[in-house]
Structures are given as structure tokens and as C-alpha cells.
Design a protein around this ligand. Structure first.
Ligand SMILES: [Zn+2]
Ligand SMILES: [Zn+2]
Length: 269
């Protein structure tokens, strides 16, 4: 990888419950930044050629089960392999202020770190409330709010080396301010839980249909929209519905990589 590229690889795109070979929504940025853990992100990383020991950050969009069930597996993997990389710094976990610390603590209880102290290696937790920003070595990160039953973060990442920008919504109902937050970004990842149809007006599901995701992409003027968090059976119909509004839409396959170049060009391999 050259310094002028940012690579986003999808580890799963399913909603809530995975099927054989298709994990719930999760993806990895440049092999170092994991977004949500799906049910099985650690094993999905290995399947797609990524070493979990290279992870520096985990970002939670929000703390519903389909986005954090893989956390104990991941922490256990990192700790069991720690002897291979004793100098590896602790994982940094960024996520919604209301729930991230609780989910990490529950994962530790599940791993029984009180009985198995060799598993005790607390990650660094960086809680964010919607609207807060975070700065690290490679990326400047802005967040905004979502409409969902639990606190969620819509993230916008700016690669400080190349200027490449991309954003992902996490789970959310149609929320017009997201289009402002992601205005002009080349690449947007938006959930489409309802597939080709939008939820009924007044629905309190906290999820979007593909036409709503496409409407946000169009209003924001993005170059490429990726739909995720949609059942496999509905994915093709969702794609057709979204493309009527925003033609440059994909439904990524598991393992598919989207590359952002420094000049703003986005390519889906
Ligand atoms: Zn979800
Ligand atoms: Zn959710």
C-alpha cells in the first residue's frame, strides 16, 4: 500500500443475524482500524488476509449485539497471541460514550479476567458523544448523531496523508442532517436494513431503506455509495431501488475492497 491510498475492506454486510459465509456488518480500514466486530470479525479478518495483531483501533458505531458480539473473540485472540508480539500496545477502542465502556467491561467478565489474569489487558477506551472529533496519527475523525434506539456515531474519516475522505453511518433511520455531515465525501457507507422499501412513515425502527440511503448520498453529493446491513436475499432488490435515485451504488461482497486515491477517485475492486 502506498501512502496515497486508503483501503476499506468489507468483512460482513448482513443485518442482525449472519448466514453461512456472510457475517454482520463490519469492515477494516488499511488493515489497522476495525469498524464494529460483527459476530466474528477476528476470524473474518484471517479469512480475508488480515492479521488481527496488526489492529491499532476498534471503532464502534453503536453497541447493539450484531455490532459487538465478536468483541470477546477478538480480545481473546489478541491476548492469546500477545506472546508473539509482546511489544504490541493495547487496542484503542473508540465508541459511543453511553455504552462503550460497559461493553468492554462485559466482555472482560465473559472472558473471566478475574480468574484468568493472563487475559487481563484492558484496551484504551476513547468515548465520544455525537458531534465530538478525534485526532490520531493517520486520520482526523468527525462524528455526528444518528436516529437509533441506542446512542450511535456517524463517522467521517479524513486521511491526513492523502486527504482522502469517507464516512459511514452505522445503524440509523433516515436522518437528513447526515447529508450535511458527509457533504461532498467521495465514499459513503450507509445502512439499508429495510432493503428495497423504506420503512413506513412514523416507524420507530431506527433503520433505513435503500431509497433513503440513496437520497442521503444524492443530497450529500458523494461519488460512491455502499449499502450494508441488509439481508442477502434483499441485497439485489435494494441495489436496484437505490440506483434509481443514486446510480453509483454498490452492495459490497464480503472481502471486497474500496480504494480511495489521494486525488479523490474511488474504485471498488
Ligand atoms: Zn445492526
Ligand atoms: Zn443497531
Amino acid at each position: 500500500m502506498t501512502n496515497s491510498q486508503t483501503k476499506v475492506t468489507f468483512l460482513g454486510t448482513a443485518s442482525a443475524v449472519p448466514t453461512a459465509g456472510h457475517d454482520t456488518a463490519s469492515f477494516i480500514i488499511n488493515g489497522k482500524y476495525l469498524v464494529d466486530t460483527g459476530w466474528n470479525a477476528a476470524i473474518r479478518m484471517l479469512e480475508h488476509g488480515f492479521n488481527p495483531m496488526n489492529l491499532e483501533y476498534l471503532f464502534f458505531t453503536h453497541c447493539h449485539h450484531d455490532h459487538y458480539l465478536g468483541l470477546p473473540h477478538l480480545l481473546f485472540y489478541l491476548r492469546m497471541r500477545q506472546r508473539d508480539r509482546p511489544d504490541r500496545p493495547p487496542l484503542k477502542v473508540v465508541g459511543p460514550a453511553e455504552d462503550t465502556e460497559k461493553v468492554i467491561s462485559l466482555a472482560h467478565r465473559f472472558l473471566q479476567t478475574d480468574r484468568f489474569p493472563q487475559l487481563e489487558r484492558a484496551p484504551d477506551i476513547i468515548p465520544l458523544t455525537p458531534g465530538e472529533s478525534y485526532e490520531e496519527e493517520a486520520f482526523h475523525i468527525d462524528t455526528s448523531g444518528t436516529i437509533h434506539p441506542v446512542q450511535g456515531l456517524c463517522y467521517k474519516f479524513t486521511d491526513k496523508r492523502s486527504g482522502a475522505v469517507f464516512a459511514f453511518t452505522g445503524d440509523t433511520a433516515y436522518h437528513a442532517p447526515i447529508a450535511e455531515h458527509v457533504k461532498g465525501v467521495p465514499f459513503l457507507i450507509h445502512e439499508a436494513s429495510f432493503g428495497p422499501d423504506n420503512p413506513a412513515p412514523g416507524s420507530s425502527s431506527g433503520h433505513s431503506g435503500a431509497p433513503q440511503a440513496a437520497t442521503i448520498a444524492q443530497a450529500a453529493g458523494v461519488d460512491l455509495l455502499a449499502l450494508i446491513h441488509c439481508s442477502e436475499q434483499q441485497s439485489q432488490a435494494a441495489l436496484v431501488a437505490a440506483r434509481r435515485i443514486f446510480p453509483n451504488t454498490i452492495f459490497p461482497a464480503d472481502g471486497q475492497t474500496v480504494t480511495l486515491m489521494a486525488d479523490g477517485v474511488v474504485s471498488a475492486q
